[in-house]
Write a new protein. Structure first.
Length: 107
């Protein structure tokens, strides 16, 4: 652990990519270029429906390639901002339920 006395916080999350358990049901998994193919599959699976197309058109994708492009673009923007991009997965089954990004205390 990397406890920063000045910040009074554990800064380990900003020093490495790692999965983070969030209770018994959820896991936060880092989205990095090495995992982008599997994440693109799930992104398309979760967003390729009429409800998303109608109400969240900027999130909707037609193909895995389009999903991969959106994820890579988002990863790049988050890294430039100094944040880490994670997928929220269910623990019992590796199904994503959302995405989150964390900012470092220094940005």
């Amino acid at each position: 652990m990397a406890f920063d006395k000045k910040l009074k916080a554990d800064t380990i999350i900003f020093e490495m990519y790692k999965s983070i358990p969030a209770g018994n049901e959820l896991m936060l998994k880092p989205i990095v270029p090495d995992t982008i193919d599997s994440e693109a599959f799930f992104y398309k699976l979760n967003t390729h429906n009429e409800g998303v197309k109608k109400y969240l058109p900027s999130v909707y994708v037609e193909s895995e390639e389009e999903a991969k492009k959106k994820l890579l673009d988002f990863i790049t923007r988050q890294l430039l901002r100094g944040t880490l991009f994670y997928c929220i997965h269910l623990t019992p089954k590796p199904l994503p339920v959302g995405y989150i990004h964390f900012s470092t205390p220094f940005t």
